[in-house]
Design a binder for this molecule. Sequence first.
Ligand code: 5GP
Ligand code: MN
Length: 343
Amino acid sequence: MSRILSETDIQRAKDLVANAGQIVITSHKSPDGDAVGSSLGLYHILSNLNKNVKVVLPDGAPDFLSWMNGYENIILFDQATELAKSTLESADLVFVLDYNVFLRTGNDMMQEMQKLTCPIILIDHHQQPGDFPVVTYSDTKACSTCEMVYRFADQCGWKTQIDLKAAECIYCGIMTDSGSFRFPSVSPDTHYIVAHLMELGLDHANVHRQVYDTNLLDRMRLTGYALSEKLESDEDGVWAIISLTKEELDRFRYRPGDTEGLVNQALSLKHVKVAAFLREGNNEIKVSLRSKGNFDVNKYARASWNGGGHMNAAGGATMETMEEALKRMRTELSAKHDEILSA
Ligand code: 5GP
Ligand code: MN
């Protein structure tokens, strides 16, 4: 397997870990499989090195991710704010996993992150990482942060600390962020890594079941409604948009995570090259964008939706009404029709 981090950075990271009394691992708001998987994967590895390590996340993950070993020990900033603050304050070393700028932890946790004076190690695959002190391990080609956590541990000489618990978490993040091993970012190394995780005894079928075969009826019906009633497309079907208002979500007793993957369903249409999903929240509309081929939705999300992400998967948000946001999305994507088609 290729060695990606420089020897200097690896030595620096190892020294920081060795000298840290309290290590705190953080990830982004509305954590996905890669955020929870990388945080808990690294948590188990560092715990096996007998380090004192805590995970602080801005908010909780949906049920289909909260089965991961160690989830119950995570400190959620929105629920245990004082504990989360004091934990961050007492950190000697902080890991920033699966996000590139503090803003991704949300307005409240961001304030605390900005106060940090201890060293920070970033491990992330998003574009344009912030200027993080000490060690920045950014690889926008990596299929997941979980893959990067594995490589990081491997290069640090901690491969033997990857136990079955860590393997499950790391596998979950690789699986979810790679679209079950089908996105172009999957490399031979991804499969070498997974092969090793399986050698450790990983029950990969069980991880898949926990994530994808635990739907509740409300969620299935919401998906059915969204696809049959709320999916729209332009004339030749080069883009597709799904939108759900708060009232519609309430009707199906929406729970966080229920609309996960919906945007990919829209993208799976034969001629569609860009898909968008707009979901009305309490005080903003959350936008998810996906593309096939070379149309850069990260660039579009940055320019139009105050967001970012990767070339083929990005997101953002707006304070507009659903009607305004939808109208603008249709107009903008239609204006980009030829660009999308030729990308
Ligand atoms: P999702 O559509 O699944 O929420 O997010 C897809 C990708 O876009 C993820 O990699 C995520 O990091 C990124 N992303 C989603 N929402 C935002 C946002 O509001 N700001 C930025 N910078 N990136 C986002
Ligand atoms: Mn990720």
